[in-house]
Design a protein around this ligand. Structure first.
Ligand code: BES
Ligand code: MN
Ligand code: ZN
Length: 493
């Protein structure tokens, strides 16, 4: 989808559709300039429909007007924005998302969108423009890898022109971030028989081919064995799809210390010998969404040509039960030299990540952030609205938290106090891989913390945020926006 700015007379715009925000008010001066312009072009039709309550002004509710008299475009999409004085980031995103879905389902493939002209509390015109472009692009997404659209299906949008005072450069930023989000969602939604560790590695190779200043290194099991990555290898042992450690590097800042993103890439999590129950197991194809989103954020950052060095490290493996699989009771020596007693093979994410974190330390990072669908307990704690942030570094936790607040791709901090560490004690190794029922997300974070020692490190548990459950099930691309914002903030800090 192409993004541009629109600056002509709205009533004369010859696009398939005009998208207009409408507040819940009888005071016309509280509506946007575009609303007033179209109201007079239609001889007061909009204000009449508003007073007869034929326009739904609830946040994100839509009303279509076809062939409106006095307007050159054949369709007017009215989007409810609720009260103007309570118009916050949440309601704005509801409006943009609803507009995007309605546009995508319609026969229109070009549009002018007046939403960025609205004033959103605590946000500037750049944010409002960027967010509209990203939310509309998000709604335009369709999974296509194994299902082709029906011949008569509605088409994706070709181009959307926005009414905004912000600089047009915001739209090229939006295009870069949208590409990262789309890639992450395509990877996340792909079935586990196609999206294997080798498939993820192929994706990384393509990124290195297509993007400037990007190189890739891929370790196969032999290379991993030489480095002593026994924890990552143990998880992959039960699978016919061998594991990979994938490392991308983007050089935008000479020899500066890199920011390192590490992703959990379990392409399918059966639980292994500690096998999961059958119902909903297919959702565990999404267990590589940490990998998908660090790859997506990395792609966005490289397309943005940020003046930073960035590395993206993916620990890719499939967790299957088999004659070769690792078992409960096994003691594994990790790349760090620390030993782990495996008490549940379903706690595999921390096993693959610990070796990826140890490997990443060699890059002498400015900061490391790992991203993982790590614990079901995280969904219990925060539901689907927030990722969990865990870090011993208050400043880094705050940076990630603010990036989440600004983008509305939100995250919330959980403590990583040393008090929790004893839950990992065992007689038979330096630690066990599970910490029992209490604070399951935190003890997983504590486990990872033992492999990063004094580095600036944070862990994001995205178990609830990475994909939508139920009827609209599918990958969300979260937290690509948060991560991209965090990196962008680092380049201006
Ligand atoms: N990938 C799962 C976590 C998960 C479960 C994410 C459901 C999203 C939805 C992870 O590998 C896992 O199985 N974790 C276990 C840990 C336990 C064995 C300590 C869990 O959460 O039950
Ligand atoms: Mn598991
Ligand atoms: Zn898992």
């Amino acid at each position: 989808m192409d993004f541009k700015l629109f600056s002509d007379q709205l009533a004369h715009a010859k696009q398939d559709c005009i998208i207009l925000g409408v507040f819940k008010t009888s005071d016309e001066s509280a509506q946007s300039p575009s609303f007033r312009q179209l109201d007079s072009a239609t001889d007061g039709q909009l204000s009449q429909l508003l007073s007869s309550q034929d326009i739904n002004t609830g946040a994100g509710k839509i009303t279509w007007l076809h062939q409106p008299a006095g307007i050159s475009s054949p369709r007017l999409l009215l989007v409810g924005c609720d009260q103007a004085d309570k118009f916050d980031a949440g309601n704005y995103r509801k409006a943009c998302t609803a507009a995007g879905h309605a546009l995508r389902a319609s026969r229109a493939t070009t549009a002018v969108c007046a939403l960025p002209e609205l004033t959103v509390s605590e946000r500037d015109a750049e944010w409002t423009l960027l967010t509209a472009a990203l939310d509309i692009d998000h709604a335009d997404y369709r999974y296509t890898r194994t299902k082709q659209p029906a011949k008569d299906a509605s088409q994706p949008s070709d181009a959307v022109a926005f009414i905004s005072d912000a600089d047009a450069r915001v739209l090229s930023q939006a295009a870069a971030i949208a590409a990262g989000v789309q890639s992450a969602r395509h990877l996340g939604d792909a079935p586990p028989n196609l999206c294997t560790p080798i498939d993820l590695a192929d994706h990384a190779r393509r990124l290195a081919d297509d993007l400037a200043d990007v190189s890739v290194e891929i370790l196969d099991p032999e290379a991993m064995a030489e480095l002593g990555m026994q924890a990552l290898l143990a998880v992959g042992k039960g699978s016919a799809n061998p594991p990979r450690l994938i490392a991308l590097q983007y050089r935008g800042a000479g020899d500066a210390a890199p920011y390192v993103l590490v992703g959990k890439g379990i392409t399918f999590d059966t639980g292994g010998i500690s096998i999961k129950p059958g119902p909903n197991m297919e959702q565990m194809k999404y267990d590589m969404c940490g990998a998908a989103t660090v790859l997506g954020a990395f792609e966005a950052a490289a397309r943005l040509q940020l003046p930073l060095n960035i590395a993206c490290v993916v620990a890719a493996a499939e967790n299957m039960p088999d004659g070769n699989a690792y078992r409960p009771g096994d003691v594994i020596t990790t790349m760090s030299g620390k030993t782990v007693e495996v008490l549940n093979t379903d706690a595999e994410g921390r096993m693959v990540l610990c070796d990826a974190l140890t490997w990443s330390a060699r890059l002498k990072p400015a900061a490391i952030v790992d991203v993982a669908t790590l614990t079901g307990a995280c969904v219990v704690a925060l539901g689907h609205h927030a990722a969990a942030i865990m870090s011993k570094h208050d400043e880094l936790a705050e940076e990630l938290f603010s990036a989440g607040q600004l983008t509305h791709d939100r995250a919330w901090r959980l403590p990583l106090w040393d008090d929790y560490q004893q839950q990992l004690d065992t007689k038979f190794a330096d630690m066990k891989n599970i910490g029992g029922m209490p604070a399951g997300s935190i003890t997983a974070g504590c486990f990872l913390s033992r492999f990063v020692e004094d580095q600036r490190w944070a862990h994001l548990d995205i178990a609830g945020a990475a994909w939508e459950w139920g009827k609209n099930n599918g990958s969300t691309g979260r937290p690509v926006r948060l991560l991209t914002q965090w990196l962008t903030d680092r380049s201006s800090a």
